[in-house]
Every structure is written in structure tokens, then in C-alpha cells.
Design a protein around this ligand. Structure first.
Ligand SMILES: NC(=O)c1ccc[n+]([C@@H]2O[C@H](COP(=O)([O-])OP(=O)(O)OC[C@H]3O[C@@H](n4cnc5c(N)ncnc54)[C@H](OP(=O)(O)O)[C@@H]3O)[C@@H](O)[C@H]2O)c1
Length: 512
């Protein structure tokens, strides 16, 4: 995988580099970006020294994933460049979290939402991630109606400047010097500040409203009500949250504890979780589970989690790992420009398996015929009928698209709608002539957990004229072809489409 990190010198960016090392992610190339102040400096990654680059036009080209750890304004500036390069952008800022076509993902809670991205995926707010990690197991027992939370947020939540400010203020107080305030609204050393983000008309801060707005999206609970008070405390790292959750049904303490204990990413802690206990690791510690004395369907919990890791860097890396495991990428390259289609690997595997069964059925029939010395007449392949696929499910924004796009999508339901749109826009170019420069390269990158599926896929793609290379559990199938004069769009889609594997088998055996 070719991975980029923007904001690589910051609190979150540095942690991302460590996460890649710790998780032994298969990194073919790592590109690190920061401001012009850091450009040229080096950061070590495994046994290499990587030079930090400034963000310039074309710097994201060739990357598969870009992890973002910069401000909202910079993230807005860089997103179009990253998407244009065809990389998936996993962003830690709050710039796009509430946009409809940007999934907001905590992999343990709603990982499958990540597969519906259109190039950008957002990492939720750090306090929201830690609170929801603690409450999601309870939500699976009974729908959550409301949450009343109070956060105790570490200074590193404000980045490297937050850490420096606490250090400098403590030092100044020890030396009986004047305390300087730059990053927080008032002195944070030996103090607490119930003012994070900017104040809104309803009396809440932007940080406080994130728990409700983002919680609704992540838990798929549009009616969820959250009251929240966010407090900055003089703790270096790891946020703590006290939360009262009210469910539709009564959940006993024992039931809640059992669910939390079984939830991936949580630790049911018998003592009292603290920021120091939970610093520099990825698990969310949940403890002090009590009955709410004001509501019989309420429970009170206390949880702590490292907000730079699970609240930001590790969660982003986990999203990337989720995509690597569950996504198949088709790249159509035309005159150096890449058009990408990303689809769930489950859908793809279903096609590859259907194709494999078709081939097996055909081979069997062939050999029987050979034995019986019969002529080839009727050979039936398993076909994937249009009716087998719910287009709205595969392509959630189906209804909003033009009739032309819908028409093509109904024939090629596993193709991304944006991918179809882009190809349709290029139709005239593709149709122009049979020239050297109309060479189109199609590549399918697929990961297979099951060896039989991989073998079937390689066989099918081989028959379709693709060259396949295998790398651990990943197969890259590549085919170059020339567009034909007067070719209709479906010819191109045929090659681009995963079902092309089936078409290849039909052609090879001259099946109509
Ligand atoms: N800290 C947390 O706990 C946390 C948790 C969740 C989400 N987040 C979010 O994650 C993002 C990063 O936060 P952070 O805490 O890591 O901030 P930070 O420590 O202040 O780091 C900011 C990063 O942005 C880089 N940068 C500044 N100007 C740039 C430019 N023009 N082009 C490219 N890079 C530039 C900085 O590089 P230089 O070193 O060269 O200046 C640095 O690497 C923010 O959106 C934040 O809200 C943070």
C-alpha cells in the first residue's frame, strides 16, 4: 500500500506513523507532509529516514490512502487534490464529518459505513469515539434514547501547542514567573476550563454539540438526544467521560458489563479507569457501571481512552485496514488519468465465485461431451441477473443520478455511480479513434481471505486476458486495451466491470 500522512509532525500525525509500525501494515511507500517549516526535516519510520515534504500540486499522485491530521481549513484545501489523485482520504478534522456522502466511522461500531465512501471518510470527534465505544455495546442490547455526558479532556486534544502550554505554565508557576496563555481560553495549569470550541447561540459549545450530531450519524439514531458539557483538564493525554445513558428498555448492570466485556476494543475495568492508566494504548476502559437513580432505564458509566490513539490516529488506521480487507478497487487509467471504482469485496467475491462455478460447470459439461463425443450445442452459464441486486443498496445515491447514469448502473450494478458518471463524460474521448493514446489500462486490486476464491479469481481473470500478480493475500489483475472507433460506452464498461470476468469466459468459449 502507498500511504500518505498530512500533518505528519503533529500530535496525531506522529501517532499515525507509530500505528503503521505497530500494526505491521504492508506499506510499499510512505509519504509524509507538513508545513514549509518542517519540509526537508526527517522522521524515522521502521529503519528508514523519511524526508518531510510540503503539499504541492500532484504530491498525492500514486497514493492509495491519505491519512489527514491537519486543521479544518487545510483539510478543505487538500481534499480535492487527494480525491483527484484517486487516493482515499481518511480525515481527522471536523470539516466534513456531517456531509451526507462522507461516512463517519468507528470501525468496531459502523465499519460497513466506510464502504459507501466517495473518496473521503471522516474520523469522528475524539470524545465522541471514546464515549460511543463505551456505549455501543449497551446500544446493541436496547436502543439508546438519550445520553447525558461530561468530558474531562486532556491538553493534547489541542495538539502539540496544548502540551507545550501546560508544560510552560507549570514551569512558570514553579519559577514564580508570569503565566502566559496562548492556546486555551484561560490558564490550564492547576485549573479546569468548561469551554472547548466556540460558543453557540443555544449556550452549548461546538465541541459539546458534536457528541449529539456525530452520535446520531454513527449509531444511525437520528432521534438521539445528547446533553454534554466538555471540560479541559490539566492532564497530558487520554480523555475521560462520565455518561448517563437512557435506553428504551431496562438493562441490568450485569447485562451491560457482559456486553462491554465482549465488545472488541473495550476493557471492562473492575477498578476506576484513569487517564494515566489508559495513556498510549488503543483500548477504551469502562468502569463504575451504576444504575441511574433518576431513571429506571438509565445506566451511568465512567470511561477513559487515549484520544490521540483511539480518538484519532488508531481509529483512522483501523478504517484504512477495514477498507483494505473489505474493498475491491478497479482502476481505469486513460491518458495518465485514473478513474477509480471501489466496491465491497463481498459483492466482488460473489461475482468471482459465480464465475468460478460457471467455469467449473462448463468444464464438467465439456469433458462429459468429449467422452460422449457430442457436438457443442447448449452450454448454460450461471449469470448474475439484474434482479439479484438491489441497486439502491449497492449505490445509495442512485435516485439522485441522471437517467443515463441510472441506465448504465442498472446493467452494471456493482460499479460506483461516480465512476460511471466520469466514464460517460469521457465517452466522446474514448470513442474518438483507434490510436496509440487511446490505450486504456484496467486494474482490479482485490484482497482475498480465502485461497480458493483467490485461485478462482486468478483463473477467471487469466481467461479474460488479464495478467495477474499475487502479493500475500492481494491479487492485482491488469489488462491494457485500445478503444475502438465508434465503440459504445458499454464496451468500456465491460472491460472495467468486475463482471467482465464472466464476459471473458463467455468469449473464450464462444458462448453467446
Ligand atoms: N490532538 C488530538 O487529540 C486530536 C484528536 C482528534 C482529532 N484531532 C484533529 O486532528 C487534526 C490534527 O491535530 P493535531 O492535534 O495533530 O494538531 P498539531 O499537533 O497542531 O499538528 C498540526 C499538523 O499540521 C501541520 N501543518 C500546519 N500547516 C500546514 C500546511 N500548510 N500544510 C501541511 N501541513 C501543515 C503541522 O506541520 P508543522 O509541524 O510543519 O507545523 C502539523 O504536522 C486537527 O484537525 C485536530 O482537530 C486531534
Amino acid at each position: 500500500m502507498r500511504i500518505g500522512i498530512v500533518g505528519a509532525t503533529g500530535a496525531v500525525g506522529r501517532q499515525m506513523i507509530t500505528c503503521l509500525e505497530e500494526r505491521k501494515i504492508d506499506v510499499e511507500e510512505l509519504r509524509l507532509f507538513a508545513s514549509s517549516r518542517s519540509a526537508g526535516k526527517k522522521i524515522s519510520y521502521l529503519n528508514q529516514e523519511i524526508t518531510i515534504q510540503e503539499v504541492v500540486e500532484g504530491c498525492f499522485d500514486g497514493l492509495d490512502y491519505v491519512l489527514g491530521a491537519v486543521s479544518n481549513a487545510l483539510s478543505k484545501e487538500y481534499r480535492p487534490m487527494i480525491e483527484k489523485a484517486g487516493a482515499v482520504y481518511i480525515d481527522n478534522s471536523s470539516a466534513f464529518r456531517m456531509e451526507e456522502d462522507v461516512p463517519l466511522v468507528v470501525p468496531q461500531i459502523n465499519g460497513e459505513d466506510a464502504l459507501r465512501h466517495h473518496g473521503t471518510i471522516a474520523n469522528p470527534n475524539c470524545s465522541t469515539i471514546i464515549t460511543l465505544m463505551a456505549l455501543a455495546p449497551i446500544c446493541r442490547l436496547s436502543k439508546i434514547k438519550s445520553i447525558n455526558a461530561c468530558t474531562y479532556q486532556a491538553v493534547s486534544g489541542a495538539g502539540m501547542h496544548g502540551i507545550e502550554e501546560l508544560e510552560n505554565q507549570c514551569e512558570a508557576i514553579r519559577n514564580h514567573e508570569e503565566v502566559e496563555v496562548h492556546t486555551f481560553p484561560s490558564q490550564i495549569a492547576y485549573n479546569v476550563i468548561a469551554d472547548i470550541g466556540s460558543m453557540l447561540e443555544n449556550g452549548y459549545t461546538t465541541e459539546e454539540m458534536k457528541m449529539q450530531n456525530e452520535g446520531r450519524k454513527i449509531l444511525h439514531l437520528p432521534e438521539l438526544k445528547v446533553t454534554c458539557t466538555c471540560v479541559r483538564v490539566p492532564v497530558y493525554r487520554s480523555h475521560s467521560i462520565s455518561a448517563t445513558v437512557v435506553c428504551e428498555n431496562h438493562i441490568s448492570i450485569a447485562e451491560a458489563e457482559k456486553a462491554i466485556d465482549a465488545f472488541e476494543g473495550d476493557v471492562l475495568y473492575k477498578g476506576v479507569p484513569t487517564p494515566l492508566l489508559t495513556t498510549d494504548q488503543d483500548l477504551v476502559y469502562v468502569g463504575r457501571i451504576r444504575e441511574d437513580l433518576t431513571n429506571e432505564n438509565g445506566l451511568v458509566i465512567w470511561c477513559c481512552g487515549d484520544q490521540i490513539r483511539k480518538g484519532a490516529a488508531s481509529n483512522a488506521v483501523e478504517i484504512m485496514e477495514y477498507l483494505m480487507k473489505h474493498e475491491c478497487v478497479t482502476i481505469l487509467e486513460y491518458k495518465g488519468e485514473k478513474i477509480m471504482s471501489r466496491k465491497s469485496i463481498l459483492a466482488f467475491s460473489a461475482i468471482a465465485l459465480a464465475a468460478a462455478s460457471a467455469l467449473a460447470a462448463y468444464t464438467l459439461k465439456k469433458s462429459k461431451k468429449a467422452q460422449e463425443n457430442e457436438d457443442d450445442d447448449e452450454i448454460h452459464f450461471i449469470k448474475i441477473e439484474d434482479g439479484d441486486v438491489d441497486e439502491k443498496k449497492v449505490n445509495p445515491s442512485f435516485e439522485e443520478k441522471s437517467d443515463e447514469v441510472k441506465e448504465v448502473a442498472s446493467v452494471y450494478p456493482y460499479l460506483d455511480l461516480d465512476f460511471i458518471e466520469k466514464i460517460l463524460n469521457k465517452n466522446d474521448e474514448f470513442n474518438s479513434s483507434y490510436e496509440e493514446d487511446s490505450l486504456v489500462t484496467v486494474m482490479h486490486h482485490v484482497r482475498f481471505a480465502i485461497a480458493e476464491e483467490r485461485k478462482a479469481f486468478e483463473e477467471i481473470m487469466g481467461l479474460s486476458g488479464y495478467e495477474t500478480t499475487t502479493q500475500d493475500d492481494k491479487v492485482v489483475a491488469t489488462r491494457k486495451f485500445f478503444t475502438q472507433p465508434g465503440a459504445i460506452i458499454s464496451d468500456i464498461l465491460n472491460v472495467a466491470n468486475q463482471t467482465n470476468a464472466l464476459q471473458g469466459v463467455y468469449e473464450k468459449y464462444d458462448i453467446r
